[in-house]
Design a protein around this ligand. Structure first.
Ligand code: C2E
Ligand code: CA
Ligand code: CA
Ligand code: CA
Length: 253
């Protein structure tokens, strides 16, 4: 479907942008660690539409704030009784990381939905740090003061800024799916993943592999020392009812 600006405006007005949830697990044990929130547009005729068809359009037309508002509002509400040992990860648009309104927005949605910010991880991509680094750092500091954790998303794809990893005090590093996809067949990718895991360990960051689809990838990641994974092997992004069912199915810790 070809999406125009007015379609997104209408979708936001009609409350059609909803959160899906994808599980993140500890690779070695398969234990659930949390969920990443991924936006879906529940279109009345075209069904769930993927973010690549609307996120950048929303970003370039000043609508990303409203989109985040809807997503977080619904996600926090769906996750307000999330067991304390589990986390919820949300994606912050690079544009929002360089605006001063993001921490306040998240704070007020958490307040109104009774969601604990201690369980929130805000995922930021490297591109976020190219817009306005000082504002991004200020936002990161405020989010941190509110109790949130920070993850660097898609690590290895942008201008990998090792300095930012340290100066912004990230808690978690998500290894981009492109490396995981080629890791079991290309020695280069395997070496890169090994190097990223080593770097993360020395900086005390948790590593999360993205796009893990096979047992072979999971085994190699365990061998490389990567701690957590997300991908179809463990579950696709699904609606809030599925998240609740997965939590209910977990053995009591
Ligand atoms: P991302 O943050 O890197 O999210 C991971 C993407 O990988 C998701 O695509 C997910 O469905 C997909 N994925 C997960 N496991 C697998 C797997 O095993 N194999 C493969 N091939 N793919 C897998 P999705 O949901 O289409 O989202 C794409 C991107 O859109 C996200 O990439 C994120 O950058 C952005 N996005 C999604 N939701 C939001 C949102 O609420 N706000 C903002 N600002 N951006 C969002
Ligand atoms: Ca992400
Ligand atoms: Ca990612
Ligand atoms: Ca990505």
């Amino acid at each position: 479907m070809f999406v125009e600006l007015r379609d997104i405006v209408r979708a936001l007005d009609a409350n059609q942008i909803i959160p899906f949830f994808q599980p993140i697990v500890e690779i070695r044990t398969g234990n659930l660690k949390g969920f990443e929130v991924l936006a879906r547009w529940q279109h009345p005729e075209h069904g769930p539409i993927l973010p690549r068809n609307f996120i950048s359009l929303a970003e370039s037309n000043g609508l990303i704030g409203s989109l985040t508002q809807q997503i977080c509002q619904k996600a926090f509400l769906a996750a307000k009784d999330l067991p304390k040992h589990l986390t919820l990860s949300v994606n912050a648009s690079p544009i929002q990381m360089s605006e001063s309104t993001l921490p306040g927005q998240i704070h007020s949605i958490a307040g109104s939905t009774s969601f604990s910010l201690k369980q929130l991880i805000v995922e930021v991509t490297e591109t976020a740090l190219h817009h306005d680094l000082s504002l991004a750092k200020k936002n990161a500091g405020e989010l941190r003061e509110m109790g949130c954790k920070l993850a660097m998303d898609d690590f290895g794809t942008g201008y990998s800024s090792l300095r930012h990893l340290q100066s912004m005090a990230f808690d978690e590093l998500k290894i981009d799916a492109s490396f995981i996809a080629s890791m079991t067949v290309a020695r280069d990718s395997r070496k890169i993943v090994a190097a990223i895991v080593g770097l993360a360990q020395s900086l005390d960051l948790i590593t999360v592999a993205e796009g893990v689809e096979t047992e072979e990838q999971a085994d190699m990641l365990i061998w490389l020392g990567c701690e957590q994974a997300q991908g179809w092997r463990y579950g696709r992004p699904q609606g809030a009812e599925c998240m609740a069912a997965m939590i209910a199915a977990e053995p009591i810790a």
